[in-house]
Design a protein around this ligand. Structure first.
Ligand SMILES: *[C@@H]1O[C@H](CO)[C@@H](O)[C@H](O)[C@H]1NC(C)=O
Ligand SMILES: *[C@@H]1O[C@H](CO)[C@@H](O)[C@H](O)[C@H]1NC(C)=O
Ligand SMILES: *[C@@H]1O[C@H](CO)[C@@H](O)[C@H](O)[C@H]1NC(C)=O
Ligand SMILES: *[C@@H]1O[C@H](CO)[C@@H](O)[C@H](O)[C@H]1NC(C)=O
Ligand SMILES: *[C@@H]1O[C@H](CO)[C@@H](O)[C@H](O)[C@H]1NC(C)=O
Length: 349
């Protein structure tokens, strides 16, 4: 059985289990790239907020907020030097997660939980002069936690942009995989640029050895970014996952697909997020210290594409489903039976 795994933990990221293939290099019209910002010795203080609404019978909203500090640490290295690349270290602080149950009229919020201990590691990334994020590197602690890496990947995806004028279709890689992104750039006043980005499930390259399954759901994502003096000053966007209309006849429901348990309903979600530059400042003494403190840390390169452990992903999905059905004995029984023997149709109600 194939699933889209939705990360309830810290981000709702749609992912594929395989690492991305080598990206094909193609020549871009970088002559029209916007001028590069001078970021030497500076820190970009961003604030991230997101709200992940999960639809279906048990409505839940996850509210996540975090401070994201991006430290410029130099030009890109070897492979990227001629691309006007920059290297950064990303640090996260004040990471809070709050769960709100209910549908707005009857909502109960739990107290926000701090996740700072999970996010105490820096992440190294390289951004090319054209806005593409070319590489991400994680420390050993993060390599042991896929959810943490995926959340960081989703923030890096938000930082990825297109600073090349007149180039509307870009193949890029982010947390969703390798896909086409449709961009449009509008010059605003005072050198500010508005960058719009759109991706839908149709734009995602599905290679034939992955489990990307768009049978049940469609994805639409939109982002509006503001760039000023070559620096990304804000991003706001949403990722909508919605159910495809069901064509097949209910009476022929395939027990291998979970009988009459409609998974699509549980996969429907809407994530909205903003990443806003609050301050762009000369690096503080603390900033210098925290960079020095990680000088000897070992970073390892990993794909920007979200990953998941297939076995535990399926397991998590079922655990969540079971919990939701717990209120309804009959359904709970069906799910339990299904899990015992997914091939026996008589056990699926
Ligand atoms: C690097 O930046 C300069 C100045 O902004 C620009 O003229 C040049 O085309 C850029 N090169 C590449 C490869 O992006
Ligand atoms: C919200 O939930 C309550 C209680 O479950 C229900 O009575 C109400 O109709 C729901 N409202 C909407 C807009 O779905
Ligand atoms: C930026 O340059 C890289 C390397 O040349 C290329 O792969 C990527 O598609 C370009 N991105 C944009 C937005 O032009
Ligand atoms: C699967 O991959 C092979 C080799 O890369 C390719 O020839 C084939 O067209 C692919 N099939 C599909 C359905 O994408
Ligand atoms: C998702 O959120 C965006 C932004 O708030 C909104 O425009 C859109 O209508 C929402 N979609 C659904 C299905 O609720």
């Amino acid at each position: 059985m194939k699933f889209y795994v939705i990360y309830l933990c810290l981000v709702v990221a749609l992912v594929r289990p395989t690492l991305c293939k080598d990206e094909k290099d193609y020549v871009s019209k970088d002559s029209s790239a916007l001028p590069k910002a001078d970021l030497h010795g500076t820190t970009l203080h961003y604030h991230y907020e997101s709200e992940a609404k999960l639809f279906g019978p048990a409505e839940e909203t996850f509210h996540i907020s975090a401070d994201v500090d991006v430290e410029y640490i130099g030009d890109g290295f070897v492979n990227y030097l001629d691309n006007n690349a920059s290297s950064f270290l990303m640090f996260m602080r004040n990471v809070f997660v709050q769960v709100i149950k209910g549908n707005g009229t009857t909502s109960e919020s739990e107290a926000p939980l701090s996740a700072d201990d999970l996010y105490d590691q820096p992440t190294w990334f390289v951004q090319l002069g054209n806005g593409t994020i070319a590489e991400a590197r994680f420390t050993k602690k993060d390599l042991g936690n896929t959810d943490v890496m995926n959340f960081k990947r989703s923030i890096l995806s938000a930082l990825q942009t297109n600073l090349v004028r007149d180039k509307e279709n870009v193949i890029e890689t982010d947390v969703m995989g390798t896909h086409n992104s449709r961009y449009s750039l509008t010059e605003l006043q005072f050198g500010e640029i508005e960058v719009k980005k759109h991706v839908s499930s149709k734009d995602i390259y599905v290679d034939n050895n992955t489990d990307l399954d768009t049978d049940e759901v469609d994805i639409e994502t939109d982002e509006v970014q503001r760039v000023s003096g070559g620096i990304l000053t804000s991003v706001s966007g949403h990722v909508q996952v919605f159910q495809k209309p069901v064509e097949q006849d209910d009476t022929t429901a395939n027990p291998e697909e979970g009988g009459n348990i409609d998974l699509g309903v549980y996969l429907t979600s809407n994530v909205t997020f903003t990443l806003t530059l609050r301050k762009h400042v000369k690096r503080s003494v603390e900033g210098v210290q925290r960079i020095e403190a990680v000088a000897n840390a070992q970073f390892q390169k990993r794909s920007l594409v979200g990953q998941y452990d297939q076995v535990s992903g399926v397991y998590q999905r079922w655990t969540i489903l079971r919990k939701k059905f717990d209120k309804e004995d009959k359904l709970s029984q069906a799910v339990t039976n299904f899990m015992k023997d997914p091939t026996d149709p008589s056990k699926c109600m």
